[in-house]
Design a protein around this ligand. Structure first.
Ligand SMILES: [Zn+2]
Length: 461
């Protein structure tokens, strides 16, 4: 009896001690299935994530997290999957304002009759800000936490992205012909340099150099773009081998593929993301692998514009890191990365005739940790691990469409949609909770976008 009292007393006092020693953190998500996407593929069901400031403090069972951490803010993720935020490795955010303007056209008709005229008459800093707010709203609501972007007035895109709380790898488009924010490539390069200086060391924005493509820039501008990126230690974003026409033009002008031509210019280097790569040959793939260039695969845009089916499995076998992108919403027509995962898996199966191509786990990796690798940010983001940035989403898996659930990875890729996302957290900040976006005024953003649509319609009339 005595002994029991003493033991009970000891247990009670050690509990008090343990509680006293619990580390106070800013946020705890608990109760859901935690899909970490770490190297060991750890899934905790149930699991919990402790977030302290901008970082993940720990990922463990709910009991272990409760024993070690306390928080004023706890999010109950029961019936949900908690996972790393999705990484869109290629888009043009403000193009959401051209969504559905013109569809079902040949690429050159679509570009020359609709997109280029609309851009020439409507792209202004105000337009770009409104478009980015709309895109940010859509990305937050569909679980994208980081995106790579190239467009015009990119500094405005960066400011809106930072206000919305999203992470962005953003580059001012450099192109040979006069565009809204630069009359020459030199002007665009100068603009890029001041953009890089303005956002150097920013917590959310990684400035990049974004030469549009090998077919819209001369050799001097392409070399200058690479030199600027090397000098400022920033990533490079470029379009590559999107269509067969691009390949034909390159062969005729340079007797080389687009990849081979850029190799002769000394353009390739690490931390470079080549968007599309639909028509890469095995030789092209080995050139890119040699220089540690990554590829952004954009299955929906490639299908909608009938550009072709990128050989994703062959790229991965050649040692290339392949991230996943939506491309601009004008050729998709949304920014839903869940759909991009599903289409990447489906297209690879159709393209190879092998249902084992791009299995669910690989599609998820492409949208998370491989996307982080492609952007050179896998030490910070792409998986749920202590010490990484707290870019976390919680996704409902309780709808009829998702019932029953044998394998959360299968469900995330094959039946889940962007609007199943309940909570979106970037850098430890809650941007959306229970589908309510906290950093943007949704009705205002939608009204602004609808008002601008009238100007867009008038521009292509
Ligand atoms: Zn693009």
């Amino acid at each position: 009896m005595w002994l029991r009292v003493i033991v009970a007393g000891l247990v009670a006092s050690s509990l008090v001690l343990a509680q006293g020693q619990r580390q106070a953190v800013s946020l705890i998500l608990t109760g859901g299935t935690v899909v970490t996407m770490d190297a060991s593929g750890r899934v905790l069901s149930p699991g919990a994530v402790a977030v302290d400031g901008r970082n993940i403090a720990a990922v463990d069972t709910p009991a272990a997290i409760a024993a070690k951490f306390s928080s004023q803010t706890t999010i109950d993720a029961s019936g949900q999957v908690v996972m790393p935020g999705l990484i869109n490795t290629h888009t043009h955010a403000p193009m959401v304002l051209y969504r559905g303007l013109a569809d079902d056209l040949a690429l050159m008709d679509w570009l020359q009759k609709y997109i280029f005229p609309a851009e020439a008459k409507t792209v202004t800093p105000d337009f770009v800000r409104a478009g980015t707010r709309l895109a940010a709203l859509e990305m937050i609501e569909s679980g994208t936490t980081t995106y790579a972007d190239m467009y015009y007035f990119e500094e405005e895109i960066a400011r809106v992205t930072r206000e919305a709380g999203l992470r962005g790898v953003l580059g001012e488009t450099i192109i040979q012909f006069p565009v809204a924010d630069a009359k020459t490539p030199q002007e665009a390069l100068a603009r890029t340099e001041s953009f890089i200086k303005e956002f150097a060391g920013d917590d959310l924005i990684v400035p990049a150099v974004a030469p549009h493509s090998m077919y819209t820039l001369d050799a001097g501008s392409l070399k200058a773009a690479r030199a600027l990126a090397d000098r400022m230690h920033v990533p490079v974003l470029i379009h590559l081998s999107e269509t067969t026409d691009e390949g034909k033009t390159s062969e005729a002008a340079h007797q080389a593929s687009p990849t081979g031509y850029l190799e002769t210019l000394g353009f390739w280097g690490p931390r470079t993301i080549a968007a599309h790569g639909v028509w890469l040959s095995p030789d092209d793939m080995s050139i890119l692998a040699k220089h540690q260039v990554s590829v952004s695969h954009n299955p929906e845009s490639n299908m909608k514009l009938a550009s072709g089916a990128a050989k994703v499995v062959a790229m991965q076998q050649a040692g290339l890191v392949v991230g996943l992108g939506t491309d601009g919403a004008a050729s998709n027509n949304d920014l839903d990365m869940f759909e991009a995962m599903r289409q990447a898996a489906f297209l690879a199966k159709l393209q190879t005739g092998d249902p084992r191509a791009v299995p669910a786990r690989k599609a998820l990796e492409m949208a998370t940790i491989d996307g982080a690798r492609a952007l050179g940010m896998d030490r910070e983001i792409g998986s749920l691990e202590a010490g990484k940035r707290a870019d976390v989403i919680a996704v409902s898996v309780s709808s009829p469409r998702q019932t029953p659930m044998y394998d959360p990875l299968s469900h995330l890729v094959y039946v889940t949609r962007g609007d199943d996302v309940r909570t979106t957290i970037v850098n430890g900040r809650v941007l959306m909770r229970d589908r309510k976006v906290l950093t943007l005024d949704e009705p205002r953003v939608l009204n602004e976008a609808r008002a601008l649509a009238d100007k867009v319609k008038a521009a292509v009339r």
